[in-house]
Design a protein around this ligand. Sequence first.
Ligand code: HEC
Length: 173
Amino acid sequence: MMEFMNAKRFVVGLGASITAGAVTLVLNTVVLAREPFTKEELADQEKQLLAAVDHGRDLWHGSNPSMSSNGLACGNCHPDAAASNPHTFPKFQADLGRVIALRDMINWCISTPQAGTPLDVNSYDMISMEAYAFYLYRGKQITPGLATEQTAPVVVKSGVGYPKKPSGIGVDK
Ligand code: HEC
């Protein structure tokens, strides 16, 4: 935490020292935060988020063949991320016998129902899968641990990348 704070902090020091007269003057200006993001920066950040959501949407519909060896894609069982319930993670997952994050459940569904190769949890693909699921559930109350709720996602917002045709890989056309 301290390292983080120090990295963010800019200390502008203006010091003058008059040793002869034993007078020391030190003026420090401490800036604790950067300027607010500009509209352009915010627009760029939103664009990059939507690009990840868009990439996640492609993956969800079968664009990475290594994620499935039986022709199934996430969208076959979770259309529009339905019943993926990202807002309920982390939670205890009975098959794995431990508390897991959403990415662990995504990898469980890749390796179990889709008999595919799990994603590197730190990869852009995995971040995009999470971005897609969370984006479709935006506005939902965060309720970690809830094991019973089955909810539909929020309807897809029309915007950059939407609507888009599925890749056609797998049966999810
Ligand atoms: C053949 C159908 C099928 C496919 C394909 C499938 N899933 Fe699942 N998914 C399930 C089932 C069944 C469960 C419930 C498993 C459980 O709770 O033990 C589940 C649960 C989940 C959950 C947890 C939902 C909750 O409420 O806890 C997530 C997240 C999820 N799947 C994501 C994915 C993703 C991402 C993919 C694609 C990589 C995918 N699933 C592919 C059937 C499927």
